[in-house]
Write a protein that binds this ligand. Structure first.
Ligand code: SF4
Ligand code: SF4
Length: 410
């Protein structure tokens, strides 16, 4: 993720800003030949201060599944010593820009003290490099104190919200099955009152896809105008529409996802044409790409980005979706400046395998095959290929017109 993506790029003449989200990290698009340069110039760290620990039991949690697939599921809370080592090495790397993003599990479980120390270490080791903070949260612990801290330190927040109460509470319950909608909404209200910058992240399950009109209108009625939708993952190694935790409301088939993308685009376009711009991350990215600018989403680059996930014990991984033993790069304690290690390079190279159909596809220039994780288990064609084809067939012309207008306007 670049700092520009965090602090806001211009699209349609207005600023957009995205926090770090569940994987599908944000990166400035640059050719791989410049990747080392990228690492030195822009260093993106996705930090897990509370490892996979969470106070909710969301039915589709991809990180619980990832953690289940490695030898140590939960590496505990990050110590101040580990945070300090990480920050010192980040500034030692001589990057021009450092992006610190926090995610979980639920990162606020590390406590406000942890974050206050983290910020104080950043100030201690600050050497002139630009830096910024983002955090993805379920909102359950966010109160006035947290919101004041976020504002004071300019954190960009991603708040997880799966739609209206019924849908959200079904998918995002607590330990005892109680819903978390009320807490998430309270977090939104507190953050709005403190003028914290935040966006809404929604996981697209079959249920959300089916009810997207209702959900989109619900978000608008609450004044949420910065939205991101990510398709629900199948557990590692399972195909689309597979068991997905065994719940039929979760399974997202390519057909349903395609219907969702089209419906959401039509809702968005209707508002856009009336002058009501709602920022939806994947649509913003496609239009940006068509306007000749790099997408900030690595899933739209055609190859994986080069960033580092830092688990709470200091272990490094190449991507949030692959924090498993096979891809453990090293530990922050025995790692020098942040550069691409051979295993990391292998991980990136794997993502460049191009499926035969993609090679000949009329939409490859905009689709670029999508996220590597959606091309598992054999890294062939994307699970949602049919959804993308249907979406582009439906919306590409309109997006091109908007992109052209944008190009002329800039
Ligand atoms: S698998 Fe690759 S494309 Fe997908 S989120 Fe990870 S780095 Fe990005
Ligand atoms: S639409 Fe399908 S075939 Fe075309 S580039 Fe995307 S994943 Fe490949």
């Amino acid at each position: 993720m670049t700092i520009d993506a965090i602090s806001g790029q211009k699209i349609y003449g207005v600023k957009i800003a995205w926090p770090v989200f569940s994987g599908r990290c944000l990166f400035e698009f640059v050719g791989l030949a410049f990747i080392v340069k990228l690492i030195l110039k822009n260093l993106s760290l996705l930090i897990k201060p509370a490892s996979s620990a969470c106070n909710l039991r969301c039915k589709y949690c991809f990180y619980a599944d990832v953690a289940d697939n490695r030898s140590v599921k939960n590496t505990g809370l990050m110590t101040p010593g580990c945070a300090e080592t990480l920050i010192r090495k980040a500034f030692d790397s001589k990057a021009e820009r450092i992006f610190f993003a926090f995610q979980g599990g639920e990162p606020t479980l590390a406590g406000l003290d942890y974050f206050e120390k983290f910020v104080s270490f950043v100030k201690k080791y600050y050497n002139g490099a630009k830096y910024s903070f983002a955090l993805q949260t379920n909102g359950t612990l966010v109160n006035n104190e947290w919101a004041a801290f976020f504002l004071e330190n300019n954190f960009l927040i991603g708040l997880s919200l799966d739609g209206d109460r019924e849908t959200h509470d079904f998918f995002r319950p607590g330990f005892k099955g109680e819903g978390s909608y009320k807490a998430a909404l309270s977090a939104a209200r507190v953050m709005s009152a403190h003028e914290v910058n935040y966006n809404i992240l929604t996981v697209v399950t079959d249920n959300v896809a089916k009810h997207i009109s209702k959900i989109y209108n619900h978000f608008k009625s609450l004044g949420f105008y910065f939205l991101q939708f990510i398709p629900c993952f199948e557990p590692l190694g399972v195909g689309p529409g597979g068991n997905a935790g065994g719940l039929k409301d979760i399974r997202l088939t390519p057909e349903r996802y395609g219907e969702f993308l089209i419906k959401l685009f039509d809702l968005w376009l209707f508002d856009f044409e009336k002058g009501n711009y709602i920022s939806i991350r994947h649509i913003d990215n496609y239009i940006q790409l068509l306007a000749g600018k790099p997408p900030e989403n690595c899933a739209m680059r055609g190859e994986c980005g080069a960033y580092f996930v830092v688990e709470s014990d200091g272990s490094l991984y190449p991507c949030d979706f692959y924090c498993i033993d096979k891809y453990r790069l090293k530990s922050i304690y025995d790692y020098g400046p942040f550069t691409i290690m051979p295993l990391h390079q292998e991980f990136i190279d794997d993502s460049k395998r191009l499926d035969t159909e993609c090679k000949e596809c009329e939409y490859y220039f905009i689709c670029r095959g999508g996220c590597k994780r959606d091309r598992e288990p054999r890294l062939t064609r994307n699970k949602y290929c049919e959804a993308y084809k249907a979406f582009f067939k439906h919306s590409l012309n309109d997006m091109k017109i908007i992109a052209n207008t944008q190009r002329k306007g800039n």
